[in-house]
Design a protein around this ligand. Structure first.
Ligand code: MF3
Ligand code: CO
Ligand code: CO
Length: 275
């Protein structure tokens, strides 16, 4: 049985396992947080070029977050010490910014989560560094389509499994695989909350979607097999077969008629090429 909980916005929230149903004030809070996170990714576009280090990009994210009145949610989160995650090529997610330089032909995911007035805006996009190989650009394009096809299923009366299924069908039609070890998640006043949003599954399964639910959809799609392995740093997840991996993420809220995407790019830069 799925447990739903209508929450009052002015109360501190805890992780109870129930799926929270939020009201209009919470939508307003998520709109602000989501917008700042999206603006940060927009602002990164001219900086994501060959030769820049992932640490330099992290500095830009942190400064922009603070200037925008937010706090980087990942800074100090479970021991993570940076303001975003940057995952290059075969890195699936949670890449740690540092001295590594981006080079021509790389693909990279930058994942930004900000807290504004207590609300979390969580979003990521892929970047092509210089001219990317066709097979990399094709993976990135298809992964974005997976996210948006999942979002199309995000409406009251549907189930989480409808989202998962739409993503899986599209990915597997291109002979890609869907990562199983990491999921989307409930989001709001907590960074990671119920429900778990898996990106592969059967239609009609899982919790029913109701107005007021907030969660992320963040499919990780691999050219090769879906198995991942964790590096010794305890964060960086890579594809076991070292094949390329791509990911996009939006934070959304279920409305009476469908959903609202809190993290859409105000500049229209949701997916490359960012001309
Ligand atoms: N932003 C990631 C997500 O989409 C979580 C990063 S947690 C960190 O859920 F600690 F790795 F930064
Ligand atoms: Co997330
Ligand atoms: Co994220």
């Amino acid at each position: 049985m799925t447990d739903y909980l209508t929450v009052e916005e002015d109360q501190p929230q805890s992780r109870t396992g129930a799926i929270k149903l939020h009201g209009p004030q919470a939508f307003e809070g998520m709109r602000k947080a989501g917008r700042l996170a999206a603006e940060i990714l927009d602002a990164l576009v001219p900086h994501v070029v060959p030769g820049v280090t992932t640490g330099e990009l992290d500095d830009i994210v942190r400064e922009h977050t603070l200037r925008g009145g937010g706090i980087p949610a990942t800074l100090g989160y479970r021991g993570f010490t940076h303001s975003c995650c940057i995952s290059i090529n075969h890195v699936v997610c949670h890449g740690i910014p540092g001295d590594k330089k981006l080079k021509e032909g790389d693909i990279a995911n930058i994942d930004v989560t900000v807290i504004v007035d207590g609300w979390h805006g969580d979003t990521s996009r892929m970047f092509l560094i210089g001219k990317a190989p066709v097979k990399a650009a094709r993976l990135v394009q298809n992964t974005y389509e997976c996210l948006m096809l999942g979002i199309e299923q995000a409406k009251p009366g549907n189930h989480l499994g409808d989202i998962s299924h739409a993503i899986q069908v599209h990915a597997e039609a291109q002979r890609y695989s869907v990562v199983r070890d990491f999921c989307g998640h409930g989001v709001g006043q907590l960074f990671h909350d119920a429900p778990e949003v898996v990106h592969a599954g059967r239609p009609g399964t899982g919790p029913e979607l109701r107005p007021g639910m907030f969660f992320t959809i963040e499919p990780m799609i691999n050219i090769g097999k879906y198995a991942v392995k964790m590096l010794d740093d305890g964060w960086t997840a890579v594809t076991r077969d070292r094949s390329l991996s791509a990911q996009f993420e939006h934070s959304i809220g279920i409305t009476e008629t469908g959903c609202e995407i809190f993290t859409k790019s105000p500049a229209g830069l949701d997916c490359p090429p960012y001309l």
